[in-house]
Design a protein around this ligand. Structure first.
Ligand code: SF4
Length: 332
């Protein structure tokens, strides 16, 4: 079973490998990773989450919409990873396991993943999730101490969520399964950075992966809560536009998962196929603006720092596409 990689050199090697693979695959005439939002409802109010600033209507994806997405992907083939999560808590969707089963049965993704806060991960739900065939579950704990957890999440109990994670791990063992891969994660914040070590110690011999995720401000919606400030660097094109697609609970499409308020919504899965959207003028226009470096034309991306967390292949992208600035980026 895979274990946590703590050594920065190994992380660097892994990142280099990832960059190499992405460069090898681009241009993609279909996304590599797709985020589908089962719901944007949530049962917590985390300080690092921008949901409180969003006016998006709260809703739950209809199975009909989900099926359309799956059929669209199927028509093309297979994606690397299908994330069933965006702005909300996916376990609030009563048919989440049916969605996973459908995605697995139709073999549309090498990996079907869920990111959850773990509050609803009861023994019954854990069993249902494992039986659904889910490949990968990340649980956002964000603290090693109860007091910090409450401070960050406004409600809920770390002790109970930790118990849920241990229950999931034990159940996987009891059922003799190697899947799902189980990850625990924390967003790196001023409030919890003193607990990083304790978090690693608590989970490194228990979970498959322990992850510390860099903080970003969600396009400036939230004040900088990072321990040392977000590093400044010269802007490079955002690689996400070349390999990820995002579909909201109502079937609308966003350019990336940072679109918490729907400001970037550009179409619906009910109007055109995913393939048409991916290769359509909206996504191509965004790619164009990033390559040309005219981000003043893209208010949506202007205040974002998320691109800094992702791999810097900007120079490579610019070189690759310099001659195509008026043609189209996604065609070989
Ligand atoms: S720059 Fe930010 S907002 Fe723009 S596509 Fe990339 S992640 Fe999304």
């Amino acid at each position: 079973m895979l274990k946590f990689i703590r050594d920065p050199e190994r992380i660097k090697r892994w990142m280099n490998l990832r960059v190499m693979l992405i460069k090898n695959l681009i241009p993609l005439d279909y996304p590599l990773i797709i985020n589908v939002e089962p719901t944007n409802a949530c049962n917590l109010k985390c300080v690092m989450c921008p949901r409180r600033f969003s006016n998006r209507k709260i809703g739950y994806m209809e199975m009909e919409t989900f099926e359309k997405i799956i059929n669209d992907i199927k028509e093309f083939g297979i994606v690397f990873r299908l994330f069933l999560q965006k702005d909300g808590e996916p376990l609030l969707h009563p048919e989440l396991e049916s969605m996973i089963r459908m995605a697995k049965a139709k073999r549309v993704a090498k990996m079907v993943s869920v990111i959850t806060n773990g509050v609803l991960l009861s023994p019954k739900r854990a069993r249902e999730l494992i039986r659904s065939g889910i490949d990968d579950i990340s649980i956002s704990l964000d603290a090693a101490k109860e007091t910090t957890y409450r401070q960050l999440k406004s409600s809920g109990s770390l002790e109970e969520v930790e118990e849920n994670v241990r229950g999931l791990l034990n159940l996987r063992k009891e059922l003799g399964r190697s899947k799902p891969i189980i990850r625990v994660r924390m967003v790196d914040l001023r409030e919890n950075c003193g607990e990083r070590e304790a978090f690693f110690k608590k989970w490194e011999s228990v979970a498959d992966f322990v992850e510390v995720i860099p903080f970003h401000t969600w396009k400036g919606a939230i004040e900088d809560l990072s321990p040392d400030g977000i590093p400044v660097c010269e802007r490079y094109p955002c690689s996400l536009l070349w390999y990820t697609a995002v579909i909201n609970w109502d079937g609308s499409l966003s350019p990336c998962c940072i679109d918490y308020d729907g400001a970037g919504i550009f179409g619906s899965i009910n109007d055109r196929t995913l393939y048409q959207h991916w290769n359509g003028h909206n996504m191509e226009g965004l790619r164009h603006a990033h390559i040309a470096g005219c981000l003043e034309e893209v208010p949506f991306c202007r205040n974002c720092e998320y691109w800094r967390i992702k791999e810097d292949i900007g120079g490579w992208l610019k070189k690759k596409y310099a001659s195509r600035i008026n043609k189209g980026f996604n065609s070989p």
